[in-house]
Design a protein around this ligand. Structure first.
Ligand code: HEC
Length: 196
C-alpha cells in the first residue's frame, strides 16, 4: 500500500517536471520576444538563447520556427499529425501538411506563386496580378490560419458530458511576429505531398 503510494508520488513528480519544463520554455520565448528587437540579442537577459541563423528562403526560416517553437510536439514531425487528444471532436490534433489544399492551392506552381508573394511581404489584398482566379479564397483561408496561430483556439469536445480535451491550440502572438507566422505558413504550404 505504502509502496504503491510512493510510486504514484514519483510518477506525479515526473509528470509535473515535464509540464514545468514546457512552461518554462514558453516563458523564455515570451521573455525573449519582449526584450529589444529580434535582431539585437545583446539586450537579451537570456544569455544562452539560440541566435537566429540566416536562411536561404522564407520556407527554411518557417521550418526553423516550427521546430524551435515546438509546434511538432502537438502537430507531429513536419506537421503530419496523428497526436491523440482525449475527447477531442476531431479525434487527433489536426495535421498541418495539407494546408495547401485548404488554401485552395492545387499545384506546386501555385504553391510557389503564393510562397513568393509571402516572401515579397506583399499583403494578399494588395496583390496586383493574382496567380489564379480563386486567389480570394486562398486569401480568406490564409487570414483564418493566421488568426488561429496568433490567437489560439479551444479544442471542442466530442462528448460534452466528459472532461474537455486537456490541450488547446496556444496563442502565439506574444512570441511570434506576423512575419514569423507568415514564414511558418510558407513552410506548411511547402509540406504538401504533391507526389502522392
Ligand atoms: C499544446 C499543443 C499545441 C501546440 C504546441 C501547437 N498547436 Fe496548433 N493546434 C493545437 C490544437 C489542439 C488545435 C486544434 C484546435 C481546434 O480544434 O480549434 C490546433 C490547431 C492549429 C491550426 C489550425 C489547423 C486546422 O486545420 O484548423 C494551425 C494552423 C496550428 N494549430 C498551427 C500551429 C503552429 C504553427 C504551432 C507552433 C507555433 C502550433 N500550432 C503549436 C495544438 C497545438
Amino acid at each position: 500500500m505504502k509502496d504503491n503510494r510512493s510510486k504514484k508520488t514519483i510518477i506525479a513528480i515526473i509528470a509535473m517536471s515535464a509540464i514545468l519544463t514546457a512552461l518554462l520554455w514558453r516563458f523564455v520565448l515570451v521573455a525573449e520576444a519582449f526584450t529589444g528587437d529580434a535582431g539585437d540579442t545583446s539586450a537579451s537577459p537570456v544569455p544562452d538563447a539560440p541566435l537566429e541563423p540566416t536562411f536561404d528562403s522564407v520556407v527554411e526560416r518557417g521550418k526553423w520556427l516550427f521546430e524551435r517553437n515546438g509546434c511538432f510536439a502537438c502537430h507531429g514531425e513536419a506537421g503530419i499529425g496523428g497526436v491523440a487528444l482525449p475527447n477531442y471532436a476531431a479525434g487527433t490534433v489536426p495535421d498541418l501538411n495539407y494546408i495547401a489544399e485548404r488554401m485552395t492551392i492545387y499545384s506546386p506552381e501555385d504553391a510557389k506563386a503564393v510562397i513568393d508573394i509571402i516572401e515579397s511581404r506583399t499583403p494578399f489584398d494588395k496583390v496586383q496580378d493574382p496567380p489564379y482566379p480563386r486567389f480570394a479564397v486562398t486569401k480568406a483561408q490564409y487570414d483564418s490560419i493566421r488568426q488561429v496561430i496568433s490567437n489560439g483556439s479551444q479544442a471542442g469536445s466530442a462528448d460534452p458530458s466528459k472532461p474537455p480535451p486537456p490541450i488547446n491550440m496556444p496563442a502565439w502572438k506574444l512570441i511570434l511576429s506576423d512575419e514569423d507566422i507568415d514564414a511558418i505558413i510558407s513552410y506548411l504550404i511547402s509540406l504538401y505531398p504533391w507526389d502522392e
